[in-house]
Each structure stands twice: as structure tokens, then as C-alpha cells.
Design a protein around this ligand. Sequence first.
Ligand code: NAD
Length: 403
Amino acid sequence: MQEVLVLGAGYAGLKTVRNLQKQAGDFHITLVDRNDYHYEATELHEVAAGSQPKEKISYPIRDVINPKKVTFIQDDVVKVNPEESTVELKNSGTLHYDYVVVSLGFCSETFGISGAKENALQMVDINTAENIHNHILHMMEKYRETKDKNYLRLLICGAGFTGIELAGALVDERKRYAKLAGVAEDQIEIICLEAATRILPMFDDKLAQYGVDLIQKLGVNLMLGSMIKEIKPGEVVYVTSPDENAERHSIDAETIIWTTGVSGSPIMGESGFAERRGRVVVNKDLRDPKYDKVYILGDVSALIDPETNRPFPTTAQIATRMGAHAAKNLARQLNGEKTEDFNYKSLGTVASVGNTHAFGLVGKSKVKGYPASVVKKSIMNKSLVDIGGLKELLAKGRFDLYH
Ligand code: NAD
């Protein structure tokens, strides 16, 4: 019997398993993840702000796999040895594979900025997101004791999609924080520091400006052209000019959240794959260029967009679609057939700003405001159906399209 090993139960890995387990054939699947649950990484900002409990964005992996076809192992992947067709796990020894799907996801990128790891809060998984919410609540209590305004200041580093969506979610929850601190809502300061002078490069000037105006109108202090140089305990140091000797400015804040970008898992480099920032440029059929029994999907892969000649941005949408395609190609390979190329066309990119605002592109059309928010929720619910199934969607009670 042939063995298919899937590493990581995020959007790409779990979708591969969900689709492949439905195929007939003489093969077995082993899925490995460090957690025994799948979580929606695109909703972490809601857990961080406290607008959703972690249970709403996660579900047990065992709920969605077929135990007759799939064995689940909860463990940490240490290294892939593509020359030997083996994978080393932290506690469960070494596994052999005939085919492997590497879908180990992202980690936070600090670009070597001093103090970012130690002195800023990360938002990379359920636990770190929940930690941010608990931290904010604790800071509100500290304000009550000390009346020090730094405890009321929430500072986000980086205004990419993650930073903007987090800022919107924090705005939605500001009232609750203010009540805890015993202050008026507008005393809770939400600041977002961004190096670029123009946010979200994938949108045209007008749409990006709409996003800027929207979050500023909601009361977020978006500081563009502010390049963070260092994070000290409770202090962000930045410059407003690229000049080497530019004057350094700083802002004190007891809540500093790091969202300046992501890279693929460091295991890609440690396993000897040809990677850059943890991402491997894959063939059109999603396999590694050197190892034809290795599929690389999601945030650890870089698939070149033939239109721009640059890698597609890493999103949940592309990861899920890659998972579906890899399952198809694996089924073909297991049957001795040739693989097919993956053709990707994005359905759209929408950033939500709190529960009722959003903006983005669907196809070539711009969507804004409340309708965009409905579109975004539909995309999210679609991903829950795609990977978890309808049962999971209903169990999560996430059908709140009308807010
Ligand atoms: P990102 O790389 O897209 O954005 C990071 C931002 O931080 C950039 O604007 C960058 O200029 C800024 N930055 C970097 N270093 C800085 C510094 N030293 N000082 C100040 N600013 C700095 O990262 P992300 O927002 O985490 O997104 C990661 C990926 O996930 C992207 O591909 C994104 O498209 C995707 N994503 C998509 C959605 C969605 O579709 N709704 C939501 C979240 C993330």
C-alpha cells in the first residue's frame, strides 16, 4: 500500500486530506500537525481583539478526517529528508513516505529588527492571538490602578492586510476595553505604524486611499512613512526618512503587536529545499522542482503568476485551492497517471475592517463598505465549508451575513 504523508493541517494540508480521502485506491494517508485542531488563520485578529472566542475559529481535526483512510499524528515536524523520502518528528520518530505534501504554514517575519521578538506581541496562531486579548484586558486593569495612559495605547506594527484587519477589530471592541479601564471610548488610542507611504500595493491608488480614509474615520491613527527600527519594552522606535542618520522618534505603548509580514516555515531551509524566506518556487503542478514525490503548498510555496512573473501573494484562498489540486494530482500519480498543471485565478481580495466594513477587489470590480463585508464573510464561510464541511459551518454559527 502506498503511503501519502501530509505535513500541516492548515488550509492547504487539510484540504488535500479532505479531498484525497474520498478517492478510491490502495493508499493510506498520515496527517501530522502539532495541534489536534484546525484553525482559520485569517480570523486570528478577531480572537486577538476578543470579538470571537477561539472555539469559533477552530475545530477538531478528527471531526473531518476518515479514520479508515487517514491516521492523524499530533506532533512537531522537525525535518523533511527528501533524498531518503523520510520525515523526522519530534516525539514519534521517523516516518517513510511514497508521496509527501509539505504545507507547514507561515511564521512572523521580524526582518532582524532588534527587540521585535522579545518586546512585541506576535499573532501567529490561536494561542498567541488569545494572548493578545488577555494582555489588552490586563492593561486596562493596570490603567485603573495607575492612570498611566500608556496602558490605554494599542500600537500595531505594519499596515498590511493583517494590521488593517486587526485595527478594525480593535475599533469594534474599544467600548468594552474602555469600560474595563473606566474611561471614555475615545481614550483608547489605536495607532498603526507603517513604513510605506502608500498601503496595500495590490490595490490601485483610489481603493487603497478608501482603506486609509475608512480606518482613519473609525479613529485609528494610521502613521504612514514610519519605519520601525527597534522595539524596546513598552516603546517603539521609528524614523520618518530613509536617510541613515535620520532622527529617531519613539512612542510609548504597553500593547505593541507585530504584524509586519510573514515568511514560510523555517523547516523548509532546514530540510535543504531551495527556499527564500521559507518559500520554495514550485512547478506548475505544485511539486518541488527537484523532488517529484514532494508537493509544496500554501505559505511555504511560491507559485509564479504568469501575468506578473512574480509569486502570487500567500492567502487562505490560494492555499485551499492548491490543496484541492494536489489531492487531484496525487490521485493521478497513485494511479500511474501524469500530473496536471494548476491554473489559479483569484476570486478576489477583501480586507475586513471590523464586523461591518470592508473593501477590496472581486474579479476586477471594487467592493466597498457593507456589501464588501458581506462578500468577505461569504468568502470566509466558503472556506469553512470547503475544508470543514457544512457541519462545521453550522456548528460555528457563522452564518451571520446580515451582521
Ligand atoms: P504584509 O507583508 O502584506 O504587510 C506587512 C506590512 O508591514 C507592509 O505594509 C510593510 O510595509 C509593513 N512593514 C514591514 N516592515 C516594517 C517596519 N519595519 N516598520 C513599519 N512597517 C513595516 O503582511 P501581512 O499583512 O501579515 O499579510 C501576509 C500575507 O497574508 C499577505 O500575502 C496578505 O495578502 C495575506 N493576508 C490576506 C488577507 C485577506 O485576504 N483578507 C488578510 C490577512 C493576510
